[in-house]
Design a protein around this ligand. Structure first.
Ligand SMILES: Cc1cc2nc3c(=O)[nH]c(=O)nc-3n(C[C@H](O)[C@H](O)[C@H](O)COP(=O)(O)O)c2cc1C
Length: 151
């Protein structure tokens, strides 16, 4: 793995804090990781491929965060070939909603439909659990990074 690119979609900052700690955990293993806000991305973001992690909360009624909407819709419309993409998803949500973690699930379905290969199960954080998203995310990525980039 050359570099893990982490794409973050957030409204109130939980996913961003979580992604920052996950990036630090990856770097602590000697690998490279960079964070990018989905608000700055379009359908060209995946370039020629590589390894990616989506860290995204759900808002509205199962919706992607506003800052991620243009990115999501551009992928839907332009449908880039993601055959060279391996990705993971860590979704933030709250089980009080029937649409628990739907934004992360929507990203997973979209990237998969474009030819991306998901590595591992979709990680989830439940805001009602009482656990910090950062703690759950860092624990999840420890296993995930060893799966996508065994050493
Ligand atoms: C107005 C509102 C709507 C929400 N809708 C959902 C939802 O449909 N499904 C879900 O799983 N979580 C939902 N959540 C919970 C958030 O995803 C959760 O609090 C998350 O940690 C927020 O992360 P963020 O700060 O990165 O945006 C909602 C939260 C708010 C405030």
């Amino acid at each position: 793995m050359d570099q893990l690119r982490i794409f973050v979609g957030t409204v109130s900052g939980n996913a961003e804090m979580c992604a920052e700690d996950m990036a630090d955990a990856v770097k602590a293993t000697g690998r490279e990781a960079v964070l990018e806000s989905m608000g700055d991305l379009d359908a060209d973001a995946f370039g020629q491929g590589g390894d990616f992690l989506i860290v995204c909360s759900t808002h509205g009624v199962g919706d992607v965060p506003d800052e991620a909407l243009d990115f999501f819709e551009d992928l839907q419309e332009r449908r880039p070939d993601l055959g060279g993409v391996r990705y993971g998803v860590f979704a933030l949500g709250d089980t009080v909603y029937d649409t628990f973690c739907f934004a992360g699930k929507q990203f997973d379905e979209l990237l998969s439909s474009l030819g991306g290969k998901r590595i591992g199960e979709v990680g989830q954080h439940d805001a009602s659990s009482g656990d910090l998203a950062e703690d759950v995310g860092v624990e999840w990525i420890g296993d995930w990074i060893d799966t996508i980039d065994p050493r």
